[in-house]
Design a protein around this ligand. Structure first.
Ligand code: PLV
Length: 329
């Protein structure tokens, strides 16, 4: 008997094996070969589909009848996409500031959209309420072992493409799910010595605040334009990773993230949202060069991988608006 599309969706991964591109332009800036792990070309526009796809498949096998996901945007799009493929209805709860294009995309995936609160933490409270309903399952955007396990596939792909470990890996931190998954992946493939440069924007720097304090810290508010990095408190697992991997927690300014978005668009002809601009700013703002000069990345950096985490909450008009807001035009 042939299996149904929904049965197929329970076993085949939802994510794509993404390209690893050597960037001439970013290598020129960094002074070492820079490789881009292009998560922006995932079917849902961000790496989120790796962990969320894995989570949704597991709960679908266990009889989940409705998925609910609170999100700054990208996790929600991944959850809605997976739900459609699995034939399960989905409700996505987002902050009121969410862009119309993200809402439209979610509706296009067939999801019900609810707007609640000013930031993700408030939307999350609403999602947790909804998930109490019979048969409903909450999809955590970053704080769950299945999410981290799903994200590890990114590192296996890096190992397959590169063969030898890079000198450093740069990624953005929101709630810390990507960091936790990449850190676990590095251990899994025997690359735990690779330093991770974990970047946040000021005003969404809950990981940096936790690292500095040595315990979880809840920011009073999210003031950065990188709303998808805006979890007021990171997952406890993200902080625990600092004991297992070499993690350098770094904070960039919003204007550096937005400048990086503009330069990346011109250099590589790819448009990403501020959450991803934060990671790219590690190269463009000179942060990586500074870390290298200070000897914090080992003696000779052979290469760098930047996780181009992607993001849907951006278009040319929004980039212009961000530039104007930050006095960059
Ligand atoms: N965004 C989450 C959490 O938002 C979301 O709901 O979509 N880069 C992009 C493009 C992202 O969308 C996110 C997370 C991150 C980086 C950070 O990933 P994390 O949360 O796993 O550290 C509030």
């Amino acid at each position: 008997m042939e299996s149904s599309p929904a049965d197929h969706a329970k076993s085949e991964p939802f994510h794509t094996v993404t390209p690893l591109l050597e960037s001439w332009a970013l290598s020129q800036v960094a002074g070492v070969p820079v490789f881009l792990k292009c998560e922006n070309v995932q079917p849902t526009g961000s790496f989120k589909i790796r962990g969320i796809g894995h989570f949704c498949q597991e709960v679908a096998k266990n009889g989940c009848r409705h998925l609910v996901c609170s999100s700054g945007g990208n996790a929600g799009i991944s959850a809605a996409y997976c739900a459609r493929k699995l034939g399960i209805p989905a409700t996505i709860v987002l902050p009121e500031s969410t862009s119309l294009q993200v809402v439209r995309r979610l509706q296009g995936e067939g999801a019900e959209v609810q707007l609640a609160g000013k930031v993700w933490d408030e939307a999350n409270l609403r999602a947790q309420e909804l998930a109490k309903r019979d048969g409903w399952v909450n999809v955590p955007p970053f704080d769950h072992p299945l999410i981290w396990e799903g994200h590890t596939s990114l590192v296996r792909e890096l190992k397959a493409a590169l063969g030898t470990p890079p000198g450093a890996l740069v990624l953005a931190v929101g709630g810390g799910g990507l960091l936790a998954g990449v850190s676990a992946g590095l251990v899994e493939v025997g690359w735990q010595q690779v330093p991770i440069v974990a970047v946040e924007t000021r005003g969404a720097h809950s990981f940096n605040a936790a690292v500095e304090a040595g315990r979880l810290v809840t920011l009073p508010s999210i003031t950065s334009v990188a709303k998808c990095l805006g979890a007021k408190t990171v997952a406890a697992r993200a902080l625990a990773c600092t004991r297992e991997s070499k993690i350098l927690s770094e904070v960039v300014e919003d204007r550096e993230a937005v400048d990086a978005m503009q330069r990346f668009l011109d250099d590589e002809r790819m448009l990403v949202e501020p959450a991803c601009g934060a990671a790219l700013a590690a190269v463009y703002s000179g942060l990586l060069g500074r870390l290298q000069a200070e000897g914090r990345l080992g003696p000779a950096l052979a290469s760098v991988v930047v996780v181009v985490c992607g993001g849907n909450s951006i278009d040319s008009r929004e980039l212009q608006a961000l530039r104007a807001q930050l006095g960059r035009s």
